[in-house]
Design a protein around this ligand. Structure first.
Ligand code: AMP
Length: 299
């Protein structure tokens, strides 16, 4: 344990890791590191951690001297019919995993520490937040953008790591940090997958054994889209129709979108004639899964 960590308040009984509960507490700890000239990395999460989150922590470790992981199930990014109240929560388990991955501080604020009485300001990012997830989850990106802005301003990290798994979210966060002049380097970390290709997600634990078998079709379809469309010779529309049919045949009960878009603007493409992203959001029963893959020139 480094001297600066040893000087901090002892970890709570359940936690093998120092925990900050309020913005002031977080700021004091980060300020102490800064005074020593240390570089700080931030990994925002909603907890129920898996190897994907831990990869972000390890990535941040490479780029910074100290790593803060936040665990905050952000109510404002969930719609009224979404899974906020049943979203998995396991702070003690998360703290153990974070400590093992080389995290230095867990920031686990309560809802009232992030949204105190009287809170009204929100961050609205504009065009990149409108299609896809923005369309099917109204208000979602306003909630994400607001909480990420707050977390960045509370921690003031040198670098913050986010997963490419949430590709549009990454684009939204890049946009807001540029537009609001928040002095942080944003790193997009490649998606961590199960051996069969399923992207790791906290929501995978909702899947029944049968749904888990069906779920792999999303990554298979993304790979097919990349193989079919990647060289730009074929039109996108028939491939999307085919992909949608494959998902339906595999048991997906509702498909929000299968899209092939410009990698930067997220505008739909007719042909993959530039760096692109294929994205899928679809339900197995009550569980909504999302995934995406790079395709096109340079892939
Ligand atoms: P969440 O807890 O789902 O809000 O995710 C927190 C961070 O972990 C986000 O930046 C996600 O994009 C990232 N993440 C989630 N799943 C994965 C994964 N399978 N691989 C890499 N990053 C991930």
């Amino acid at each position: 344990m480094s001297t600066d960590t040893a000087a901090m308040a002892p970890p709570s009984a359940q936690s093998p890791l120092a925990v900050a509960r309020t913005p002031d507490d977080l700021r004091a700890r980060v300020a102490a590191w800064r005074k020593e000239g240390l570089r700080v990395g931030l990994v925002p999460t909603m907890g129920a951690l898996h190897e994907g989150h831990l990869t972000l922590v390890k990535y941040a470790r490479e780029l910074a001297d100290r790593v803060v992981a936040s665990v905050f199930v952000n109510p404002t990014q969930f719609g009224p019919n979404e899974d906020f109240s049943r979203y998995p929560r396991d702070e003690a388990g998360d703290a153990r995993l974070l400590a093992g991955a080389g995290c230095d501080l867990l920031y686990a604020p309560g809802v009232e520490a992030i949204y105190p009485p009287g809170f009204t300001t929100t961050v609205d990012v504009g065009a990149v937040a409108v299609p896809l997830e923005g369309h099917f989850r109204p208000g979602h990106f306003q909630g994400v953008a607001t909480v990420v802005t707050k977390l960045l301003l509370q921690a003031l990290p040198d670098v913050a790591c986010f997963g490419q798994k949430d590709y549009q979210q990454l684009a939204v966060i890049r946009r807001l940090t540029a537009d609001l002049d928040i002095p942080v380097r944003i790193e997009g970390v490649p998606t961590v997958r199960e051996p069969d290709g399923l992207a790791l997600s906290s929501r995978n634990r909702y899947l029944s054994a049968e749904e888990r078998r069906q779920a792999v079709t999303i990554s298979r379809v993304l790979n097919q889209l990349r193989d079919t469309l990647g060289d730009g010779s074929r039109p996108v529309a028939p491939a999307i129709t085919q992909a949608t049919e494959t998902l339906t045949a595999a048991g997906f009960t509702r498909i929000d979108y299968v899209a092939v878009v410009d990698a930067d603007t997220l505008a739909p493409l007719e042909r993959v004639d530039r760096p692109a992203r294929a994205l899928i959001a679809a339900f197995l029963g009550h569980t909504r899964l999302i995934d995406n893959l790079a395709l096109g020139p340079g892939v």
